[in-house]
Design a protein around this ligand. Structure first.
Ligand code: THU
Length: 129
């Protein structure tokens, strides 16, 4: 467990905008050179427009030029701690399946490699054939 990432994810979770579900999520995404980008879920009165914390962080990281990621820490109040949703798995898989995903709940932590959560992900290689 990386306390620096957990702390960053908790700070992001505190800023989550989730007035409709009441379910707050914070994440910290670490890049290969040690930078950390955070994200929180951002909901909308048009419910389907909710942005997951994972894709908010990924967008911030990619916007800053990052392309290689090592670790994603997710913080929620859920027990057992959740794995990322399917859409976020696919979004993250764009940048590699080796990513370590760590989900931290109030008393339990679960860890996966992204490739376990989304085996055989669709990727750009299919577009070339
Ligand atoms: N949510 C995330 O931020 N990440 C996930 O992986 C699953 C769900 C958010 C979306 C919505 O704001 C709330 O959690 C309830 O689904």
């Amino acid at each position: 467990m990386d306390e620096r990432l957990i702390h960053a994810a908790r700070q992001a979770q505190a800023n989550a905008y989730a007035p409709y579900s009441g379910y707050t999520v914070g994440v910290a995404l670490e890049t290969a050179n040690g930078d950390v980008f955070t994200g929180a879920n951002v909901e909308n009165a048009s419910f389907g427009l909710a942005n997951c914390a994972e894709r908010v962080a990924l967008g911030a990281a990619v916007t800053a030029g990052a392309r290689r990621f090592t670790r994603l820490v997710i913080v929620t109040h859920s027990e057992p701690p959740p794995a990322p949703c399917g859409a976020c798995r696919q979004a993250l898989a764009e940048f590699g399946s080796d990513l370590i995903v760590e989900s931290v709940g109030p008393s339990e932590t679960r860890v996966w490699q992204l490739g376990q959560l989304l085996p055989d992900a669709f990727g750009g290689e299919y577009l070339e054939s």
